[in-house]
Structure formats: structure tokens, C-alpha cells
Design a protein around this ligand. Structure first.
Ligand code: PLP
Length: 399
């Protein structure tokens, strides 16, 4: 196990053939500086102590693991949630944002810049910026700005500048393009804080490392509660950071089956989903190599999901490798299944999940029915407050 994290990624940022850094020379210099700084401070006692203290006193970690008695009774199996929805700002994202911002401070940067889909990464980064006294600029597609209004307001309250992106599909991919452009104008004073285990090296490695706390805690908590390891571990996959966070603690446990759940959207036609692992082929997007959904020209294809945090045409390079190695099973859940699961968890357990996390919940309910004797540990990556108006307006309330 310890070897796995030394081996992947290699010094150039490759997870076998995936990952790397396919970027212009000016950015190469910056990425090298960030990589070197990360290697230095991630071994530093002060950095580790400060991050630990932030996690405990500010974020509210460890987040609990919770047994869903009513859900398990109805569907079978034994379903447990790792409650990242209870992490400060309501999702797992603050785990890597506090790490990235601490690194930025160490590098003497004054400004944090990022893209956001559902707005969770933007809110988490704006929070980190406020905590450390840094400026913050968040790029967001106009479609997502409308859909995720509460998060836009949150970012502004926290003091961040929200830059609307109005080209293309006006969602996550365009927001990344726009944030990269802005970053290239002033890499000296700025750091681009990528919101998932994607982008050029060292981001997939750094973000994974900052998210490993989820898996480390969950494994220990689950063992303590049940005396055994979970049979199945489930997480939704957009870029793949919450999934890498929890999977990373179980990669060596042959008895644990790992499931990454992608959005099958409104249909399986190209443009109607973001099931990158199912339908993608290797390609380069935003400076790294991964499975990718392509149009007929080989460019990133338009993607869609009811969950704004999941509609990305690429996926983390580590996930791409784990798919090829068959270490993780990747499958998909469509909009309707996710919405149904959203209401099931709300009404049977009193927990309103993020639409992203609802994809993992829907998959767990299927697994529970198929394997009533088995246990499931599900990473509940975030809470659903941001989604409630959109869901009720669009789908109405169930009976
Ligand atoms: C952003 C987000 C995701 C998707 O991102 P990953 O990097 O795949 O984890 C999933 N769930 C929630 C709640 C999010 O905010």
C-alpha cells in the first residue's frame, strides 16, 4: 500500500499512461514550482500540524460514519454513509481547498483562482481565501449560475469575485477554459486551485493526497463500528476527488469492491450524459491525459448531467488507470434514478443529499437489493441545500 502512493504518480505525474502535464512552457515553470513546494511542505511538521488543526477545529473533522437503518430495512444490505455533507461548507471540497490555500500562502501567492460547476468548489475556495486572507476569483458558467444561485450568493458574501462564462455550453468545461486563461495572465501572484483530481501534474496527486483523509477516517470508523471492512465502497465520480479520497484507503483490500458512479444523464446519446468511463477513449483535456468523451473531431464532447458537479468530459488520470487495472468498477446512474434516490434518502433518513451524491445513493440502493447480505460504505460527498429549489421546480415533490 505504502508503495502504491510512492509509485503513483511517477515523478512526471503519470499514472501509467494517464496524467502528465501537457501545457505551455510558461505554465510548465509554474507547475514545477508548485510541485517542488508541495513535496517540501507536505513533509514539513508545521504544514501537517496546521492542516490537522484546521481540519479538527475549523472543518469539524472527523466527519461521522452513519448507519442507515431505515434505508437498509427497505432495500436490504447494510448501508453506511461517510458524512462529508457535514464537512464545513457542506461537501468534501474544503479538504483540498484548505490544503491548496495553505500551499498558496507558503508560495507567497496573493490570489486564488478556480472554476466551479455546482458552485461547491467555488464556495469552498472562497471560504479558504477568507480564512487565509487571500483574494479569490471564481469562474462559473452562466447555466450553472442560474441553477446554483444560493452558492453564487455565498461566494459573493465570502468576498470572492464571480466571473460569469457565457461561451459554449456555459457549464463546467467552459469555466475551466476561462479560469486557465485568467491564470495565464498573472501566474506570478496567482495560483489556480483545481477543484478535483484533474488538470496537469501535480494537481491530481495533490488533490488526492488532501482527500485521503476521507478514506483514512472512514476505514477506521467502519472497522470500529462493525469489526470488519465494508464489502462494497461506493462514490460518485465527476472529476473523481471524493471517490479517490475514499477509495485510496481500500485499494489494497481485495475483499472490498469499489464502485465509481458516473452520470448517465437523460439518455446514452452523446451530449446527454457524462459517462466518461463507459463511452470515453484516452485523450488530452485541460493539460492531462485521461478517458475522455470526444466529438467527431476528437475535441471534448458536450456533456450533460442533472448534477452540475458531475458534467465534465474528462475524468481523473488515476481513475483512468484504476479502470484499466480493473481495481475499481465504473458504472452509471441516470437523472431519474438520482432524483428518486435524492427523495428516498431525504424521507427515510432525514438527510438531503447533493444531486452529485444522489448518484452514489441510487447505485448503493441497487447494490443493496442485489446483495442483501452485504455491507455498503457510501461516500456522501455533499448536502443538497444548493439543489432544493432546482429539484422542486423541475421535478416537483413526490407523492
Ligand atoms: C464537486 C462535487 C462532486 C464531484 O467532484 P469529484 O471531484 O468527482 O468528487 C461530487 N459531489 C459533490 C457534493 C460535489 O460538490
Amino acid at each position: 500500500m505504502s508503495n502504491y502512493f510512492k509509485e503513483y504518480p511517477n515523478s512526471e505525474g503519470f499514472f501509467e499512461t494517464y496524467g502528465g502535464a501537457f501545457i505551455p512552457p510558461t505554465l510548465e515553470v509554474e507547475m514545477k514550482k508548485i510541485t517542488d513546494a508541495y513535496h517540501t511542505i507536505s513533509k514539513s511538521h508545521n504544514f501537517i500540524q496546521e492542516l490537522r488543526s484546521i481540519r479538527k477545529h475549523y472543518q469539524g473533522r472527523p466527519t461521522p460514519v452513519y448507519y442507515c437503518a431505515r434505508l437498509s430495512e427497505k432495500y436490504g444490505g447494510r448501508i453506511y454513509l461517510k458524512r462529508e455533507d457535514l464537512n464545513h461548507t457542506g461537501a468534501h471540497k474544503l479538504n483540498h481547498c484548505m490544503g491548496e490555500a495553505l500551499l498558496a500562502k507558503h508560495l507567497g501567492k496573493k490570489r486564488l483562482i478556480a472554476e466551479t460547476g455546482a458552485g461547491q468548489h467555488g464556495v469552498a475556495l472562497a471560504t479558504a481565501a477568507a480564512y487565509f486572507g487571500l483574494e479569490c476569483e471564481i469562474h462559473m458558467g452562466e447555466v450553472d449560475i442560474k441553477k446554483e444561485h444560493p452558492n453564487v450568493v455565498r461566494m459573493k458574501i465570502l468576498g470572492a469575485e464571480v466571473v460569469p462564462v457565457s461561451h459554449g455550453l456555459k457549464t463546467l468545461k467552459e469555466a475551466v477554459d476561462s479560469a486557465f486563461e485568467s491564470y495565464l495572465k498573472d501566474p506570478e501572484n496567482t495560483i489556480y486551485c483545481i477543484g478535483s483530481v484533474v488538470g496537469p501534474h501535480p494537481f491530481p496527486m495533490m488533490v488526492r493526497d488532501f482527500q485521503r483523509v476521507v478514506g483514512i477516517e472512514a476505514r477506521e470508523q467502519f472497522l470500529e463500528m462493525t469489526g470488519e471492512l465494508p464489502d462494497n465502497v461506493v462514490a460518485c465520480v465527476g472529476g473523481g476527488s471524493n471517490a479517490m479520497g475514499i477509495f485510496s484507503a481500500f485499494l489494497n483490500d481485495e475483499e472490498c469492491q469499489l464502485y465509481g458512479v458516473e452520470p448517465a444523464g437523460r439518455s446514452l446519446n452523446l451530449g446527454d450524459h457524462a459517462a466518461t468511463m463507459k463511452f470515453g477513449t484516452p485523450g488530452i483535456i485541460h493539460g492531462f491525459k485521461c478517458y475522455m468523451l470526444k466529438d467527431e473531431k476528437g475535441e471534448p464532447a458536450p456533456v450533460y448531467s442533472v448534477a452540475s458537479g458531475l458534467d465534465y468530459p474528462g475524468v481523473g488520470p488515476e481513475h483512468s488507470m484504476l479502470k484499466d487495472k480493473k481495481s475499481v468498477n465504473y458504472d452509471s446512474i441516470n437523472d431519474k434514478e438520482a432524483i428518486d434516490a435524492f427523495y428516498e434518502l431525504s424521507r427515510l433518513e432525514g438527510i438531503i443529499p447533493a444531486l452529485e451524491s444522489a448518484h452514489a445513493v441510487a447505485y448503493a440502493l441497487k447494490l443493496a437489493k442485489e446483495q442483501p447480505q452485504k455491507s455498503i460504505l457510501l461516500n456522501l460527498s455533499g448536502r443538497g441545500d444548493k439543489d432544493i429549489d432546482f429539484i422542486v421546480d423541475t421535478y416537483g415533490l413526490p407523492e
